[in-house]
Structures are given as structure tokens and as C-alpha cells.
Design a protein around this ligand. Structure first.
Ligand code: ZN
Length: 134
């Protein structure tokens, strides 16, 4: 059978399809679209059109390797942001009992019990001592 259905299946077989970046872009598209019902901004309208084109372009792209690379890049940024949000949440949660300092040697964020005055701390990451003032 060499009908329209086969042609359609063949067309979609070699295309990239959807991924995490697609889901994010679609969410952004919907948010901006709803927002723009109230705001009616020309810039948002064009931005959304651009996102829409990008979504369609990525979905039907045959360059799977490049699209996967884009997705990996996106996931890396997402994970970084997620980690930052998590850390600032934790900082806020124990702001009365702990302080957070960056180790001057390895730049790692160190969580320390809140004690008044000057102290010497040992970084758990690189095992070097550094001074802390609270
Ligand atoms: Zn360190």
C-alpha cells in the first residue's frame, strides 16, 4: 500500500520529534499567549511567533544530532538553575541557625553553624582552613 498514510508515516519517521526543550518552549508559548491576551504587546506577539517557528522547525528537523545537542545544553542550564533555587531556599530556611560561606580555595559553598565572632573552619571539600567572621 503506497497511500497517503504511508507517505505521512515516512515523513515523520526521519524527523526529530519532541523532547524536554520542546515541552519548555511550548509552556513558554502558552504562557506568553495567555499573557498577551491582557497585555497586547507587539514585542510579545513577535517573540511568540519566533518561539512557534522554532518549535516547528525543531520538531520536523532531520538533523537529530544537532537537536539533541540543543536539548542537552538546555537540560544543563535547567539543572544549574534548579540547584541555585534549591540552595537559596535552603539558605533562607536555616538563616537563623547556619551561615553559608564560599571557600576561598576551591570556591565551594560551605554550610556552617551560626556562631558569633571569628572562627577558623576547615573546608569539607578541599580540607583547607579559612577564617570566618560572623
Ligand atoms: Zn575548599
Amino acid at each position: 500500500m503506497n497511500g497517503f498514510k504511508d507517505k505521512l508515516i515516512n515523513f515523520f519517521r526521519q524527523r526529530y520529534g519532541i523532547d524536554e526543550l520542546y515541552k519548555f518552549l511550548l509552556t513558554m508559548f502558552i504562557i506568553i499567549w495567555v499573557l498577551n491576551i491582557f497585555i497586547r504587546s507587539t514585542i510579545l506577539y513577535w517573540l511568540n511567533l519566533l518561539i512557534c517557528f522554532f518549535i516547528i522547525y525543531r520538531m520536523f528537523s532531520k538533523n537529530v544530532y544537532k537537536r539533541q545537542k540543543e536539548n542537552i545544553k538546555f537540560l544543563r542550564i535547567k539543572d544549574k538553575l534548579k540547584g541555585k533555587v534549591k540552595l537559596s531556599r535552603r539558605k533562607w530556611k536555616d538563616r537563623k541557625t547556619h551561615i553559608y560561606r564560599k571557600c576561598p580555595n576551591c570556591k565551594a559553598e560551605v554550610r556552617l553553624p551560626k556562631k558569633k565572632g571569628k572562627h577558623v573552619c576547615t573546608c569539607p571539600n578541599c580540607k583547607k582552613d579559612f577564617n570566618v567572621k560572623c
